[in-house]
Design a protein around this ligand. Structure first.
Ligand SMILES: *Cc1c(COP(=O)(O)O)cnc(C)c1O
Length: 384
């Protein structure tokens, strides 16, 4: 017997880890720095680390109180009702829940290209058909309603990533509102704000709740995660904020106890540690400015904790950087075979990454000439 036909399904390609790379190259892990998965260079909130240690002896129980308490704390943070907060096993788990709650077999889901692979993966798991809208490289991957509406065709779910992974661009809330206005009543706009803390912008929760001059609405949901700014990628914790009308669906679609006791306790400690998030965001803002100023290739403006760099040949450059002990993300799997993504590290890590990249670019001579000019769009259309 075989699994169902999975020929349309693709494996998720994660950024490479230090252990994995060191083992492959037969080297000592301590030689490497990893700036490949948009993780927090300061680690988890120290309060979260303490909470995880203190919870160790009670992990024999299912998480109930901690789940309720964290739901309430997140609801409080956004000033929404508890029912509107869907805790999940990472932001990815929340993406699954929205698909479970919204999709009938054969419904269409519209996702950005380039973009985050898990939207399409989850859509396919839930028997949806995936369609794409292009963010144009010549427009610096600008995100506006026009671009998305041009590709829209009655899709049930429509994903917007703001700030966008891997380009760092954002979509103004007025454009998200226009998207919601000009799509069918039965189209849910999912605004993925996994990197929301790093952008000096308001959350699309304002659209759900009808704040800041927007009308309240039932066709926008927001995704958030503890993986990035809060430094808890390893415990797997994220959530969706959904319209009031969607609240009841959670009990019917969630995987029981998917947000673990350790995750909920860590989240409860982390959500109150504003200082850790403030420091993390400050580091990212400084790092991305430093990379834009000092890398000898085109670096797109980013509002996330990473930058996208046009290096000409992502495979050659990322492999050579890895040889020189700096692990970055080859963006071929995002459909950008000429680009790498570098996560914002500490000042020291950032300087080392920039120096290494500039040396590699000089040695390999692959970066496009006159890097600050408009780039040749044809250079990027090849399949990864
Ligand atoms: C990291 C990320 C997520 C969520 O990641 P989790 O670790 O599952 O919380 C969601 N969307 C984008 C675009 C991301 O980069």
């Amino acid at each position: 017997m075989q699994p169902r036909d999975l020929s349309d399904h693709v494996a998720y390609e994660a950024g490479r880890g230090i252990e994995e790379v060191a083992r492959e190259l037969g080297r000592d892990p301590s030689e490497f720095i990893k700036l490949a998965s948009n993780e927090n260079p300061h680690g988890p909130s120290p309060a979260a680390a303490v909470a995880i240690r203190e919870t160790a002896s009670s992990v024999s129980s299912y998480p109930k109180a901690a789940h309720a308490d964290l739901t309430a704390a997140v609801a409080d943070r956004w000033d929404v009702s508890d029912e509107q907060v869907w805790l999940a096993n990472g932001g990815d788990g929340a993406i699954d829940y929205l698909h479970r709650a919204a999709l009938e077999p054969g419904d269409d889901v519209l996702v950005p290209a380039p973009g985050f692979a898990y939207y399409g993966m989850s859509s396919r798991f839930h028997h949806g058909d995936v369609r794409e809208y292009e963010l144009e490289r010549e427009d610096d991957f600008a995100q506006d309603a026009e671009t998305v509406l041009g590709a829209y065709d009655g899709d049930r779910l429509l994903f917007v990533t703001s700030p966008h992974n891997p380009t760092g661009s954002t979509m103004p809330l007025a454009d998200v509102e226009r998207l919601a206005d000009e799509t069918a009543d039965e189209t849910l706009i999912v605004v993925d704000e996994a990197y929301g803390e790093f952008a000096d912008r308001d959350s699309a929760v304002a659209l759900i709740e009808g704040r800041d001059g927007f009308d309240a609405r039932d066709d926008v949901a927001v995704l958030r995660t503890f993986s990035k700014a809060y430094g808890l990628a390893g415990v797997r914790l994220g959530y969706a904020v959904v319209p009031d009308e969607w609240g009841d669906a959670y009990a019917r679609v969630n995987t029981p106890f998917a947000a673990s006791e350790l995750a909920c306790r860590a989240g409860l400690a982390a959500i109150d540690d504003d200082e850790h998030v403030r420091r993390t965001v400050e580091t990212a803002v400084e790092s991305r400015a430093y990379m834009r100023e000092n890398i000898d290739a085109h670096v797109w403006e980013s509002e996330g904790n990473f930058v996208l760099v046009d290096v000409g040949d992502a495979v050659a450059v990322s492999e050579e950087m890895q040889e020189r002990s700096v692990i970055v993300r080859d963006c071929s799997s995002f459909g950008l075979p000429g680009c790498i993504r570098i996560t914002c590290g500490t000042a020291e890590e950032t300087e080392r990454a920039v120096a290494t990249l500039n040396d590699v670019l000089a040695d390999l001579d692959v970066a496009p000439e006159s890097t600050d000019e408009a780039e040749d769009p044809d250079a990027e259309v090849a399949d990864p």
